[in-house]
Structure formats: C-alpha cells, structure tokens
Design a protein around this ligand. Structure first.
Ligand code: GCB
Length: 573
C-alpha cells in the first residue's frame, strides 16, 4: 500500500504540486466532487487524502486596510488548508462552511498559493460513520471504505471557495427572530460586531421593492416594528409566497460614516407546534414534498446552479411545498432559492445510520448541529431541524444519546421543532421521547413484502397511529417509495416497473388521506425526488432509482401521478 501520509512527509503544502516528480496530477474543477471527473477507477474509488493547489493574486491596495477571510462553503469530509506553506485552518464534517482570517498569511500585491488536503475517510467517530479496512487486491493491498448509508461517498471541494474582505470595524454575525402581533411584524435582531463606544448599529428594513419600512439605531440589539407586515408564507399557501425583506445593518462612527454594511434577507413568520399540528403564522401545515440529494452526473455533489434551478422549477411543476435536506445540509445557494420560493425545509445534519454511540461522536454530532444552526438560523424556509436519519434507536444508549443531541439543538434554538427520520419499529424506538415531531421512513411493498402492493395502506395507517399513540406528537412519513427503471413497463404491476411505482404511490395516498382525518398527521415525503448515485451493490442499478425524476431530471410516470395529488392538496390549502 502506498504511504498515505507522504504529502505531509514531503511537505507538499510548501510546493507547486504539478512540479513534484512522480505526481499523479489532474486538472480538477472547483466546485465539484473529484470522483467522476476522470476516467480512472482509482480516482472514483479513492480512499484517503487528495491534494488540491492553486495560485491567486491579492491586490496591494488591500494591505493594512482590510481583514481578508478565506471561506470554504464545504469540503467533504475533512480539510486541512495551507496558505503560502503555512497552516491556515482545519475543518472536519462535510457539507458545512468554514472560514479563517488569513490576513497575516497573505502576500499583498503578489502571488499566493493555497493548498488543500482533503480526506474522505469515514470512521466510527465521523459524522456520518463508516469503516475503513485494508484488503488484498490484484494490484496489492488497498484501503477499502465501507459505509451503510445509501448514497455515494462523493468527496472533494464541493462548494465555492472565496476570499472576501471586511473593514477593520466589522459586523461579525446577525441573528434575527421574528414574531407577529395583529398585523404588525416584529423583527428582533442581535448584531455581533467590533464593539467600541463611538460605533453604533444603524438597522433599516426594506421591503421587496426597496422601500424603507422600519429602522433603528442601537448598540446591536433591538426590535423593529413593521406595520401591515407581509408575512413569509409557504409555497401554494398564499399568492405571494416566500416574501423576503432585507435587513440592512450598518456600523456608523460618530461622524456618521459607514464603516461596514451587511444585508440580510429575512422573512417575517412564526412557527409553533402542538401535539397534533405544526403551524406557520398560526395556520396548520400539511407537508407534501420529498427527500432529496445533492447529486448530478459528473459533478457528483459539486454545486451545480443549472440543476438547482431545474430542481426548483420541477418542484413548482409538481406542486411540492417542502423537502428534507436528506441526509446533510445543502448548499447556501439551494437554501436561498427555498427562502425565495417559500419551500419549507426540514434541515438535516449529516448524521446517517448512526449505530455506535460514543462520547466523541456525540461531541461531533453536536458540532455539526451548531455549525448548521449558525449557517441557517435566519432562514425563513427552515421549519424544522432533523438531527439524524435512521439511527439505530432501539437501545437505551441511543435514547440517551439523542436526548443529548436534541437538548443541544434546543439550547441553540427554541423557535423550531426537532425531529429524526426514524427507521426502527415503533415498539423498540427510544428516541421519540426527545422529539417534537415523529417522522418515520417505511418501505412497505419494497423492503417489507416486496411485490405486495396489497400490503401498504392498512400497514401505514396502523403504524402512523401507533407512533401517535406512543408519543402523542404530530406524525409524518419522511420516506416511502419504490425503485423504478424508467421505461420498464409491466402490467399487472411488477416490481421495478413504472406501473409498480404508480400503484405503490396510490396505495400510500389512500393511507395518508385516512390519516389526515385523524388530525395529527402532518405530511408525506416521497423518497426520492430524483435518482441518485450510490455505492456499488447488487440491489442498485446505476444507483438508487426511487426518483420520481431520472438523474437527468426527466419525469417518470410516478412524477405525473404525484403532481395530480399534490395539485389537489394545494387546492385544499
Ligand atoms: C432509507 C434511507 C435512504 C435510502 C432509502 C432506500 O431508508 O434513509 O437513504 O436511499 O432508504 O432507497 O433504500
């Protein structure tokens, strides 16, 4: 096996990688996963470190005038970053941003080199978990990564990398919480900035046409009152959904000069919940949406703006009002679109299939939620936090572990409910006590009783009822579905055919309609919006094919079928 740490031993971060002898160098686009860019199996299936580097120029005019920040929107899984041969920042956990003030490391008016060592190995104390072992192959011993979650472990610099500047007096963070009293919107804000007696915070709220509707001068904390506020409503619940104001925060010195400015889009809305409902602006919500993935041909999990916009156009076409960011936080650019359209998001941290509950893992799991909260706290589209997908929640240890995780996110945010997409059975589950909403993933007529379309409706009704009876909380189905090979037609319905997917959906719809009459059933999420790539296994043909859309985002028969139902549900709102 080649030496996995060779890059450190040979100080690759101090060199131009393309000039080192014997290097396997590839042109690699950023942002993108690296796996599907080349034609080489060993790159697609690589386990361990890969190294990126490039040079860039920084203007002389920035020297002594600005702080310069290097921001990575996400690197999967772990990243070590050097600037001009000096360590700048380390970060672990994919799908989340990290940044560092690199002013002291830069050459101004000159060339700079950034080097990133990116490690995709998943172990028992990473989020998500995995196992690595050494295996004998025809080409010698190699590291093999195994994991139980069902999506390809894409890696690389997945999202944009930017250098941005702030003035020396700067706004560091803004937290916004909104409420409504009668027709007045209340916008509570807390601005963290470089405090000093002669600096004040001037906050102005603009409506979507750029007209000022409220304003205040403070030392960072106050509330704005917005008469006749236009509320942020979910898609299909209002003629102008996703209404966003802009909160402009300026730092002024005593001469009223603007030292720094930040513009934060905000939506004015409330979220509340009971043991039977989830309400936005005091209106009960019924979710009709999807589980999704960030996944596209060639770029893998790399940010892909055309796919993002296509997906949201399809979302509107199919009349979906929600999705879960299964099974990790999605790009800021995706969340921006959801905020604007009024799509409701169940925001999931990257914990999938957790099955060994150590203290070390617990700390990282909490970190992933802290970072997710920091990134998404001001987003009106984020309606609920999902703290895990399908953990093994049947043990006492799991119950205690998720009690801690739930407490942690609640200590950061009391304004949103918390859920887990649970896979274990209702009698064995130990996690539901600590959640506000019970979500469950269930594959009747697929993993359970494959081929038996007559074993869906009653089972779903029974199980959802049992969840509500056990925990006395609102219940939703967070996953159900069937792999479907587009173009495969078999009638009467036969597994993997388009006909099978359509009838499987219909038989779930019957259950959902019955459950809705009970008053505590709050949503249905088809698995999955689109086909996506997985690890290689005999149960997957070119990946997971449970999509309503193909991987290149064309509808299967199931998509037309769901569109009819979701259109009817939309009319009822
Ligand atoms: C699940 C998982 C999801 C899988 C899906 C399936 O329960 O949450 O990640 O892709 O089942 O199709 O097997």
């Amino acid at each position: 096996m080649s030496d996995p740490l060779i890059g450190f031993r040979q100080y690759w971060y101090k060199n131009d990688l393309t000039k080192l002898e014997g290097m396997d160098v590839h042109m690699m686009p950023v942002p993108s996963s690296y796996n599907d860019i080349t034609t080489q199996t060993n790159i697609r299936d690589h386990v361990g470190l890969v190294w990126y580097d490039r040079t860039f120029f920084v203007p002389q005019s920035w020297v002594n005038k600005k702080r310069v920040i290097l921001r990575f929107s996400s690197v999967s899984y772990a990243a070590q970053v050097w600037l001009n041969g000096k360590l700048a920042v380390n970060h672990e956990i994919g799908h989340l941003p990290f940044q560092k003030d690199v002013t002291a490391l830069l050459n101004f008016g000159a060339s700079n080199r950034v080097t990133v060592a990116c490690d995709n190995t998943l172990l028992q104390d990473t989020v998500p978990q995995g196992t690595v072992y050494e295996a004998k192959t025809d080409l010698g011993n190699k590291l093999v990564q195994s994991y139980t979650f069902d999506f390809f472990n894409y890696a690389g610099i997945h999202r944009p990398v930017v250098l941005y500047t702030t003035p020396l007096h700067y706004i560091d963070d803004i937290t916004v919480y909104t409420d409504v009293s009668g027709t007045t919107g209340l916008v509570y804000y807390n601005v963290i900035y470089t405090k000093s007696d002669d600096v004040t915070c001037v906050v102005t709220l603009f409506d979507k046409h750029g007209t000022k509707v409220a304003g205040a001068e403070s030392y960072g904390q106050d509330a704005l009152k917005v008469p006749d506020a236009k509320l942020w409503w979910p898609y299909l619940m209002h003629k102008d959904p996703g209404y966003l104001y802009t909160l402009q925060v300026e730092l002024h010195n005593t001469e009223k000069e603007v030292l720094d400015v930040y513009r934060q889009p905000i939506g004015i809305r409330t979220i509340s919940w009971t043991n039977t409902s989830l309400l936005i602006n005091n209106h009960p919500i019924y979710f009709h949406g999807f589980g999704r993935h960030e996944d596209a041909d060639i770029r893998g999990k790399g940010l892909d703006l055309p796919t993002i916009i296509r997906d949201h156009n399809l979302m509107k076409w199919i009349r979906g009002n929600a999705y879960r960011t299964s099974h990790y936080p999605y790009a800021d650019e995706i969340m921006d679109v959801a905020d604007q359209l009024g799509i409701m998001i169940i925001d999931e941290c990257p914990s999938v299939d957790t099955d060994a509950f150590s203290l070390r893992l617990l700390e990282k799991h909490k970190d992933s939620l802290t970072e997710l909260y920091k990134r998404d706290k001001n987003r009106p589209s984020v309606i609920m936090w999902s703290i895990a997908n399908e953990p093994r929640t049947q043990s006492k240890a799991a119950g205690q572990y998720f009690e801690e995780v739930a407490k942690h996110i609640k200590s950061l945010d009391r304004t949103r409910p918390v859920t887990i997409a649970i896979a274990r059975g209702v009698n064995e589950d130990q996690s539901g006590f600590h959640l506000d909403v019970i979500s469950f993933n269930r594959y009747n007529a697929w993993y359970q009783n494959p081929g038996r379309l007559d074993m869906i409706t009653e089972k779903i009704v029974e199980e959802a009822t049992a969840w509500h009876t056990k925990y006395n909380k609102p219940v939703l189905v967070s996953e159900y579905g069937a792999d479907t090979m587009p173009g495969l037609h078999i009638y009467p319905e036969y597994i993997w055919s388009e006909e099978y997917q359509v009838t499987l959906l219909s038989n779930h719809f019957k259950a959902f309609d019955r459950l809705r009459e009970q008053g505590w059933f709050i949503g249905e999420f088809v698995w999955n919006f689109a086909d996506f790539k997985t690890a290689q296994t005999y149960t997957r043909v070119g990946g997971n094919k449970k999509g309503l859309f193909t991987r290149d985002r064309q509808p299967k028969a199931g998509a037309h079928h769901v569109r009819k139902r979701y259109s009817l549900l939309a009319k009822e709102l």
